[in-house]
Design a binder for this molecule. Structure first.
Ligand SMILES: Cc1cc2nc3c(=O)[nH]c(=O)nc-3n(C[C@H](O)[C@H](O)[C@H](O)COP(=O)(O)OP(=O)(O)OC[C@H]3O[C@@H](n4cnc5c(N)ncnc54)[C@H](O)[C@@H]3O)c2cc1C
Length: 419
């Protein structure tokens, strides 16, 4: 129950996939929940390709019907294209698991995020858009309220629990100095949408292409969306920015021109959006939850764009946080230990993805060669790539993979939840 002196059971800061998933489940549990979102939706966000395991959060949230009816391209596969233009066989997910959950979608995030936010509202969450959260206030170490600004007006709203789902802004993680950059993954991305870009035939129309460039020191994503294709280049900031004028559009066009497999696909295409730049996006918080607060989605951490894991991890952490918060409110325990009780399982899944990210960026590592040497690991490898990462057995693969590639420490952020 909401306490007499609180305005809400839960305040959710940020209405992206993490926040709206948490709010939808809390509202379903009968909780009085408020989402505070600084933008007015629909708003652009990067992160347009999904992994197939996102099916299960969609099912839990009751939005599968919406996804099935949408015009979002169906993603049946991922295909790798070498720097010289040689295409791998597309990897069709349904071939290893012939079930509807093995086909996913490429999502224009403005529409997709708005759908998830509307879904939370339809379940009873209150939503305020165009409202900036400025700060979280604490009393005796417990988060108790948030300071919000709408236009010229500032107000303070109280809640039993505050969820930080502010994405890369990571309001609370920064305020509490919990954010740790990944020691190795220091990448940057430049990206935009293009009209009249090439699309594959039949079921390959919605395939994600990963195209290597610059002798494997850079790679492109090529993600077909309704009407446009999302194209982005990822590499180290030194490769993308050093010795170049600060002109993202020019840099993106130069990178495209250097990569025939991309430039051929964009031969008749025109730029259909602003060109955006993001860098230093790989980080994690040293703590997921504390008294009266919890971090979900990118506010907790983000790995890397390569395996399209961000939306899945945001939705899963939002849903698991909502269940832990509801249970905590039922039993009168909103300690960090209660709210973040799923942290070890969640972090285990994130770590599995992270090790494969390291393998991807290791020049000497080759997934094909590894599976040839250890064919029995194929299932675990596929499980990780589709996002079925929250189970012990997927980690079996890393004992043998260590012989092929340096893998990162599990607990690089050092501190884990205690209070
Ligand atoms: C280059 C790049 C490519 C990516 N590609 C993919 C991909 O292909 N597939 C994939 O799954 N993921 C991808 N991601 C990751 C994906 O973008 C994120 O993981 C995902 O959006 C996280 O969802 P979220 O809800 O945590 O945060 P967000 O989606 O960022 O939502 C946070 C919300 O909080 C709001 N907000 C922020 N601050 C405040 C405040 N102070 N007050 C109120 N509201 C606030 C924001 O306006 C925003 O709406 C990519 C990321 C990068 C950097």
């Amino acid at each position: 129950m909401q306490k007499a002196n609180s305005d809400f059971d839960v305040i959710v800061m940020g209405g992206g996939p993490g926040g709206s998933s948490a709010a939808a489940i809390l509202a379903e549990h009968g909780r009085k929940v408020l989402i505070l979102e600084k933008e007015t939706f629909p708003r652009f966000c990067i992160g347009e390709s999904l992994v197939t395991e996102t099916y299960w959060p969609f099912q839990r949230l009751g939005v599968l019907g919406h996804m099935r009816k949408s015009d979002y391209p169906r993603k049946y596969s991922v295909q790798f294209v070498s720097a010289s233009g040689k295409e791998s066989q597309p990897f069709y997910f349904y071939k290893t698991n012939p079930h509807e959950s093995s086909i996913t979608w490429q999502v224009p995030r403005a529409k997709f995020d708005e759908m998830l936010l509307d879904n939370a509202a339809s379940k009873g969450a209150q939503v305020r858009q165009g409202v900036l959260v400025k700060d979280v206030l604490f009393e005796e170490g417990k988060a108790t309220s948030v300071v919000v600004q709408e236009g010229e007006e500032t107000e303070t709203l109280r809640a039993e629990v505050v969820v930080d789902s502010t994405g890369r802004n990571a309001l609370l993680a920064k305020r509490l100095n919990l954010r740790r950059p990944d020691p190795f993954l220091k990448k940057a991305a430049i990206f935009a949408h293009f009209k009249n870009a090439h699309r594959g035939p039949g079921i390959d129309e919605g395939a994600t292409l990963i195209i290597y460039s610059r002798e494997n020191q850079a790679w492109f994503w090529y993600i077909p969306l309704p009407e446009v294709v999302s194209v982005g280049v990822v590499s180290s900031p030194s490769i993308l920015f050093e010795g170049r004028e600060k002109n993202p559009e020019k840099t993106l066009m130069e990178e495209i021109a250097m990569c025939p497999a991309v430039s051929e696909r964009l031969e008749n295409a025109t730029l259909a959006s602003a060109v955006n730049v993001l860098s230093d996006f790989s980080y994690r918080s040293s703590q997921m939850a504390g008294p009266g607060w919890i971090l979900v989605g990118d506010a907790y951490g983000f790995l890397d764009p390569i395996y399209s894991s961000g939306v899945l991890l945001a939705m899963v952490s939002g849903i698991w946080a909502a269940d832990a918060i509801h249970e905590g409110l039922e039993i009168g325990d909103v300690s960090g230990r209660q709210l973040g009780k799923f942290e070890p399982k969640f972090v285990g899944g994130m770590n599995a993805f992270r090790k494969l990210v390291y393998a991807f960026y290791s020049p000497s590592f080759n997934f094909g060669r590894f599976i040839k040497a250890h064919p029995h690991h194929l299932k675990n490898l596929v499980d990780i790539l589709v996002g079925d990462v929250f189970k012990e057995e997927v980690h079996n693969i890393f004992k043998d993979m260590k012989e092929f590639v340096d893998l990162p420490d599990e607990d690089w952020t050092v501190q884990r939840m205690t209070s």
